[in-house]
Design a protein. Structure first.
Length: 371
């Protein structure tokens, strides 16, 4: 019995882990119990259940992250992190407990019904945290600007004619504002101070992102992706941080599917109907691609910042960049001429942009192998 493969389902929370076991065969899975969410408790559990070669462990991806996965790897135990949205659910089931979830996980894992996710390396996860922290700070900055401008609007304070918001002259006007009431003065100072703090935080994040893009382990990939129009430093670094390893996509269609940019489909019998994009997978990457796709409204050209980013890149990557410009610009206006809405045309352009990104990553990987 010691050599029998055991499929372990874990329902993981911050403090506790519910454990269930489904042994190889067709027997009913059994609930083992609840253990503390601590490394020593995990090691003790492994010793009780058997050797590393006989254990297969899984748990759902969630807020606790991947330290548990990496702990099992150090113990030479096969572990998979499961995509929660792809776990089969029984119709009409309305009871959800840690015990039931762990038993169900073990049962489905043994049956091969679960879909695992790609777990990034520790350094890749650190880079992803960096770009997401910068994204959060950017959102906070936008909210702070809105609060300040709405405060000024409520008090009928408008900048001089011809002065655009957040320019140097606009900030000079803000610095010169005077208030009759001390309460209003304090509100303005705090709103403005908060905005300046957030801008300083953004500078710190972007300084580190620039360092990672030039000195980090993914620097060659980040530099190569910046050869595409609409993909500058922040976007390129974010793409690499979110995807971690492009090698897991054998075809460009797989990458497009991962970011949820392929059409959904509802077909039955002889009828085939396609709907909007699936919006599955990584929403951060999907948003980045759609934002970048807007650049291809403009005619193909190599100038300004794009020209600087292309300088020094291999000819093969420069060729892909130029091909992308011509094809995506043509694609966008061809869809508009057919009567497609602008938003749908941009989404279709973003889908094809994903294909060019995949092609560049292949070039970089090929150069790495040959080098």
């Amino acid at each position: 019995m010691q050599d029998t493969i055991k499929y372990i389902g874990l329902d993981v929370s911050k403090e506790k882990i519910a454990v269930a076991i489904a042994e190889e065969g067709r027997g009913e899975p059994r609930y083992y119990g609840m253990i503390p969410h601590k490394p020593e408790a995990i090691r003790k559990l492994v010793k009780k259940l058997g050797g590393p070669h006989s254990l297969r462990v899984c748990y759902e991806a969630g807020p606790t992250g991947y330290p548990l996965y990496r702990l099992f790897l150090t113990l030479d135990i096969h572990c998979e992190v499961i995509a929660p949205s792809l776990i089969p659910k029984r119709p009409g089931e309305r009871i959800k407990t840690d015990r039931r979830d762990s038993v169900r996980l073990a049962q489905l894992y043994r049956a091969g019904e679960l879909t695992s996710i790609h777990v990034p390396k520790a350094e890749d996860e650190a880079l992803r945290d960096l770009v997401r922290a910068r994204e959060d700070a950017k959102e906070d900055e936008l909210r702070a600007k809105h609060r300040l401008t709405k405060f000024l609007l409520r008090n009928n304070l408008n900048p001089p004619e011809g002065v655009n918001k957040w320019t140097k002259k606009y900030r000079e006007w803000l610095n010169a504002l005077k208030f009759k009431h001390s309460a209003l003065k304090v509100v303005f100072q705090e709103y403005y101070h908060q905005l300046k703090e957030l801008e300083q935080r953004l500078l710190s994040f972007e300084e580190e992102i620039n360092k990672q893009a030039t000195e980090g382990i993914h620097a060659p990939m980040i530099q190569a992706l910046q050869g595409l129009r609409g993909v500058a430093l922040i976007t390129a670094t974010s793409l690499v941080a979110e995807i971690s390893s492009f090698e897991r996509f054998a075809t460009p269609k797989q990458f497009m599917s991962y970011v949820g940019l392929i059409p959904s489909e509802f077909s039955s019998g002889e009828k085939r109907r396609q709907g909007g994009i699936t919006k599955t997978g990584n929403r951060h990457v999907r948003r980045l691609l759609v934002e970048s796709a807007w650049s291809y409204r403009h005619g193909p050209a190599v100038k300004g910042n794009l020209k600087k980013r292309l300088d020094g890149l291999p000819p093969s990557i420069q060729a892909i960049s130029w091909k992308a410009q011509k094809r995506l610009h043509s694609r966008y206006y061809r869809l508009l001429s057919r009567g497609k809405e602008q938003g749908k045309a941009i989404t279709a352009t973003a889908r094809e942009l994903a294909g060019f990104i995949w092609a560049i990553t292949r070039e970089v990987e090929a150069m790495k192998t040959s080098g």
